[in-house]
Design a protein around this ligand. Sequence first.
Ligand SMILES: NC(=O)c1ccc[n+]([C@@H]2O[C@H](COP(=O)([O-])OP(=O)(O)OC[C@H]3O[C@@H](n4cnc5c(N)ncnc54)[C@H](OP(=O)(O)O)[C@@H]3O)[C@@H](O)[C@H]2O)c1
Length: 329
Amino acid sequence: MAGKVMQAVQFVGYGGGAAALKHVELPVPTPTKGEVLLKLEATSLNPVDWKIQKGVLRPIMPRKFPYVPATDVAGEVVEVGPEVKNLKAGDKVVAYLNPLYGGGLAEFAVAKESLTVQRSPEVSAAEGASLPVAALTAHQALTQPAGVNLDGSGPQKNILVTAASGGVGHYAVQLAKLGNTHVTATCGARNIDFVKSLGADEVIDYKTPEGAALKSPSGKMYDAVIHCASGIPWSTFEPNLSARGKVIDLTPGPSALWTFAVKKLTLAKKQLVPLLAVPKSENLDFLVNLVKEGKLKSVIDSKHPLSRAEDAWAKSMDGHATGKIVVEP
Ligand SMILES: NC(=O)c1ccc[n+]([C@@H]2O[C@H](COP(=O)([O-])OP(=O)(O)OC[C@H]3O[C@@H](n4cnc5c(N)ncnc54)[C@H](OP(=O)(O)O)[C@@H]3O)[C@@H](O)[C@H]2O)c1
């Protein structure tokens, strides 16, 4: 593909939101050692994509401007770099791109073989591209700090998922129900039936007083909270936790980090655990297979052509998606 150009969407500095995304022609990238070149079929957005644009992760990322955002992609391998062992041209795959360099809002992208997994025909490109950040985060939060066995073994646990209608939350509810759990979930009124359809045992509207207080209608005390919303203080969680309950916070602000440190230092039984997802290909492969087997659904909020990527970006920034926002070249 050397010498060929592709359509891509990039930003050249911090800030500016959807209006700062620019449609450009760029050279098709060349895969180097351990990399594959993908012809993209779908890319999903995550809040971290626009948070990078806002400068929340500066100076770590992006590594340089201009930056083509987005990391979660599905497509077809069209070229393999040196030392690629298990992938070949024609393979349909799902990949997580290195967020330091991004690359997802484009017609082609290079992915590391080590974070690229096969996708069988039962899993559409949009369903596959929805998985990496959101489903891996839900999987990590449930299986590690929350200690849920997804084969259904182990003691029953009461789990609360906040923002269960969002990208991470909708996977967290479904994955939690593969384990031996009772799931309480929060979402807005319009999504209550949707979240119940994902398997939640009880669903509360976060805009009601009971919902804002995170009270389980059946009086459950939570062994773990997969906290996908933000801005809820520890004092709201604390009375709803079981004796050794944990709040796994995906978006810890300064006050959550303070609570984390205090609880840790005082050896408190109830803990706040800040979580940073660490993508692993074996887990991505596991999740793609769950979708293939019909045990996990990627729910798509909306699909947008690459030529209207700014609409997808604005929708993600708005924070009211139900499931995942997908961009298609
Ligand atoms: N630490 C990590 O490694 C990691 C990884 C992935 C994501 N995250 C973070 O986790 C958060 C969630 O990500 P996401 O992709 O799931 O976001 P998302 O898809 O944008 O979430 C949107 C959903 O959240 C709901 N919501 C918002 N506030 C709520 C509240 N207080 N109570 C209940 N529901 C609420 C919205 O419902 P309404 O429309 O009804 O308001 C909407 O359906 C983001 O802050 C993201 O940056 C962190």
